[in-house]
Write a protein that binds this ligand. Structure first.
Ligand code: DP6
Length: 338
């Protein structure tokens, strides 16, 4: 590709987090950041990462500002890795300033790396003059953070497992937002940052959990159930798959040596409330990611009362409703943003 990058070029993009209904947990051991299992997610509106990339010939190295402050080295290394891939695709040597901000608190427990790297991939391609397809941006985001591949797309999204020999792997949209009126009620059970990041937690699980092979063997069946339930708009079958996936993933992590336990007392209380609501006839199913928060799948029509019930649980510090949303896209730079 001929180098179309130019000094001073700037682009801004916006992406939403997603929640996996059928989880990814564990990478293939043959590199390329490939997921060991297929996953299915819903991208959520209401919360967003906004990221601006500005090319600057005067920079000797990339700069990364997170919410206005220089980001920690590990976060910066991931950003530079993504920019390096874009530079090598377009043949550019220009460094960039990346400014990124979330409009939701990280304590909301919504995967900020998913929205972060989907937004960065989208803004970086635009700033460097690479008119990448959605699949190319998804693959680019996936190479840095697997769940970010899914946030490139809106609505319901799948990402197949990686197989040996894969270098390119992109997510695909299964159904756009608005096709199925469901909602996720996020019940946050702490305001503290999580103790074990997802990458670290899953690498340790893969290395030490005696249950990991069983997880990798059963995840595709649960994914297939979720995919069929989505096609049929069968909330009960989806909810059953959602809980099976979440509990099996956490069982895998809990069996690691030493154990990776993401739950707290509020998690258990919130799970008990989900079971009580279900016994009382409300269609609700729970999922948890690499943190203690509980996310509840329900019909959009029931979401407000589920949110109110979750707010009343001891140990739940906040609860809010998130509906299916759109994929990552470039946005017009606003003064002062991100
Ligand atoms: C529990 O995508 O954050 O949220 O690929 O190492 O960046 P890396 O991990 P990440 O893991 C997400 C794990 C999860 C389940 C999911 O989103 O599928």
């Amino acid at each position: 590709m001929s180098d179309r990058s130019r000094d001073g070029a700037t682009a801004e993009a916006l992406a939403h987090p997603n929640i996996a209904l059928a989880k990814y947990w564990g990478k293939r051991t043959y590199g390329h950041n490939l997921p060991a299992v297929p996953s299915l997610s819903v991208t959520l509106e209401g919360m967003a990462t906004r990221t601006r990339v500005t090319l600057d010939a005067g920079l000797g190295e990339d700069a990364f500002l997170l919410a206005g402050a220089a980001a920690p080295d590990a976060a910066k290394a991931r950003v530079v890795g993504l920019l390096d891939r874009v530079r090598s695709a377009v043949g550019s040597t220009l460094r960039a300033t990346v400014e990124s901000a979330n409009d939701f608190p990280t304590s909301s427990g919504l995967a900020s790396s998913a929205s972060a790297f989907a937004a960065l991939a989208t803004a970086a391609c635009a700033a460097y003059g690479w008119s990448a397809s959605d699949a190319e941006r998804s693959d680019l985001a996936r190479k840095t953070s697997v769940s970010a591949a899914r946030s490139v797309f809106g609505g319901f999204v799948e990402l197949r497992a990686g197989v040996e020999g894969d270098t390119f792997l992109a997510a695909e949209q299964l159904a756009p937002e608005g096709t199925w009126p469901v909602a996720i009620v996020v019940a946050a059970t702490t305001r503290a940052a999580k103790e074990t990041a997802s990458t670290e937690g899953m690498l340790h699980t893969v290395r030490t959990s005696p249950y990991h092979e069983a997880w990798v063997a059963c995840a595709p069946q649960v994914f297939a159930q979720a995919k069929a339930a989505l096609a049929a708009h069968d909330l009960e079958a989806m909810g059953d798959a959602v809980e099976a996936s979440a509990f099996a993933m956490h069982a895998d992590a809990i069996a690691a040596r030493p154990a990776v336990v993401y739950w707290n007392a509020g998690t258990m209380a919130a799970l008990a409330e989900v079971r009580a609501l279900r016994r009382s006839g409300v269609g609700v199913w729970a999922t948890m990611d690499a943190g203690p928060h509980v996310k509840v799948l329900t019909l959009a029509a029931d979401a407000d009362r589920v949110r109110d019930a979750m707010r009343a649980v001891a140990g739940v510090v906040d609860a809010f409703v998130a509906k299916p949303g759109a994929g990552a896209r470039t946005s017009r730079a606003e003064p002062g943003a991100p």
